[in-house]
Ligand binder design. Structure first.
Ligand code: TRP
Ligand code: ZN
Ligand code: CA
Length: 461
């Protein structure tokens, strides 16, 4: 093969078959026969068709809907009315909090969610978390979004955090309207008493046995997503969740900045502390927007993202509709993408057959493979097929380099390993690595005299 097409992703549904594992070959035949029976496979014909021994994986995921910002604002108008009718706030222990919970719960119950009120006691008052489960999906893989529903006592808390609460509520209602049948199990949470130190979310996480915590694949937090002088901050924590949320903004041409300052400042903290991957969005609180930020996002530099943060003026007028809209759409994108994720067909290989000569007792050389089209992390059983021609294999140190630069030693040098060539398949636990990106085989010859070259190598997912 010439250097032009040295890096070839060999997908199971393509030729050339000799490269495929038996497993991949089997699914490729299944796929081809499914195609032969017609492109438009409706649910009804799928049910009537003979049941294949192995279900063909769904190849496309349903597109996330555009969340109507008017609906999000209608929820916020209700929360504002609740505050107005209850002494101007929706704080823990006050009537406005319970009324807020009842409003959200009523919408979810009517939409077919299974809701649970979890009560706790703090500061001499009862507080509540509301948990809403969308029936179905694999309950051993839970995708969760959450927001605190309480305000401070000094104001109605419409941006902090009616905004996140209304955003995830409307995304949950969109799940219901779409009749979404996610592969994973979807759960939404509204937390009480965040303003007293994440009391509700800590209670929730503490109430989960470790066997339930480990089923949560992702927790996404939304606290202040409609700031009137907005920034677009993406929690910089878990690489996959971070890049997923950033993807949405990249797609609509909006620059983002990483949010790290908030690590301990909202309800993702107890989840993160329990070892659950977390992500989230934030449009800024009392920090001042810089001129660089104003040039990329608009708005007013030298002014806080939310000058009404924790004040009585955090009303339904304290919102930027565009930020609220974009962030709500981003939540939907994340829930749809994570919730409908399917395991990609096993056995996909990516190969580089370009020769790379290995200098005698010289510097390390590398051969790249660009992996594309994978969701999530690499498997715990990533197969690394290595074909190195060399006249004394003991000279060679061989590493796999992941896209982020982490290295995995495949083979050490050895003074008494006198055979030719390294032709082997290594199994690497690469489950902490994002699959997509450029992987490298790094080979160094550490002893004089014998030489050789990388003939080819291949990654099988
Ligand atoms: N409720 C949070 C707080 O009062 C709001 C907040 C401030 C925040 N900075 C943050 C939330 C950073 C997430 C990230 O602390
Ligand atoms: Zn908040
Ligand atoms: Ca040598």
């Amino acid at each position: 093969m010439d250097a032009h097409c040295a890096q070839v992703p060999v997908l199971p549904h393509q030729n050339p078959e000799p490269r495929l594992s038996h497993h991949a070959l089997r699914s490729s035949r299944l796929r081809r026969s499914a195609l032969a029976t017609g492109v438009a496979v409706t649910l009804a014909t799928a049910l009537l068709a003979p049941v294949a021994a192995e279900a063909a994986p769904r190849l496309t995921t349903p597109a996330a809907p555009d969340i109507p910002v008017a609906n999000v604002k209608a929820h916020l108008a209700q929360l504002q009315s609740i505050a107005t009718a209850n002494g101007g706030n929706r704080a823990h222990g006050r009537a406005g909090y319970k009324a807020s919970i009842d409003y959200v719960k009523g919408k979810l119950d009517a939409a077919g969610f299974t809701t649970t009120l979890q009560s706790f006691s703090y500061n001499g008052s009862t507080g509540w978390n509301l948990i809403a489960d969308w029936p179905g999906g694999d309950t051993t893989h839970v995708v969760m979004a959450g927001s605190h529903l309480d305000s401070v006592t000094g104001g109605p808390g419409i941006n902090d955090n009616g905004s996140g609460s209304a955003g995830i509520l409307e995304v949950a209602l969109a799940v219901s309207r779409a009749g979404l049948q996610p592969t994973k199990h979807l759960r939404f949470g509204w937390w009480g008493a965040e303003e007293y130190g994440m009391v509700g979310s800590k209670n929730y996480v503490n109430s989960l046995p470790s066997s339930e915590r480990s089923k949560i694949d992702a927790y996404l937090n939304f606290d202040m997503i409609g700031s009137p002088n907005p920034g677009y901050f993406v929690y910089d924590d878990d690489a996959k969740l971070d890049s997923l949320l950033k993807d949405y903004f990249t797609g609509v041409g909006i620059a983002t900045e990483p949010e790290t300052e908030g690590d301990g400042r909202s309800d993702h903290a107890p989840f993160k502390n329990a070892g659950i991957p977390v992500g989230g969005l934030f449009s800024g609180a009392d920090y001042i927007k810089t001129s660089a930020q104003a040039s990329k996002w608009g708005g007013t530099s030298g002014k806080a993202f939310d000058a009404c943060y924790h004040s009585s003026c955090d009303t339904s007028a304290n919102l930027d509709d565009t930020a609220l809209d974009r962030n709500s759409d981003a939540i939907a994108y994340a829930i749809w993408t994570l919730g409908t994720e399917t395991a990609p067909p096993p056995g996909t290989s990516f190969e580089n057959t370009a020769d790379v000569s290995i200098p005698d007792a010289g510097a390390a050389v590398e051969s790249p493979i660009a992996v594309t089209g994978r969701t999530g992390n690499a498997p715990s059983t990533l197969k690394v097929g290595v074909d190195i021609k060399h006249t004394w294999r003991g000279d060679l140190v061989v590493d796999l380099v992941a896209p982020d630069g982490s290295t995995y030693r495949l083979k050490n040098s050895s003074g008494n390993d006198s055979a030719d060539n390294v032709i082997a398949t290594y199994t690497v636990n690469a489950s902490s690595e994002v699959a997509n990106g450029t992987w490298k085989l790094r080979v160094q010859d550490v002893a004089a005299q014998d030489t050789g070259h990388i003939d080819s190598w291949k990654l099988t997912f």
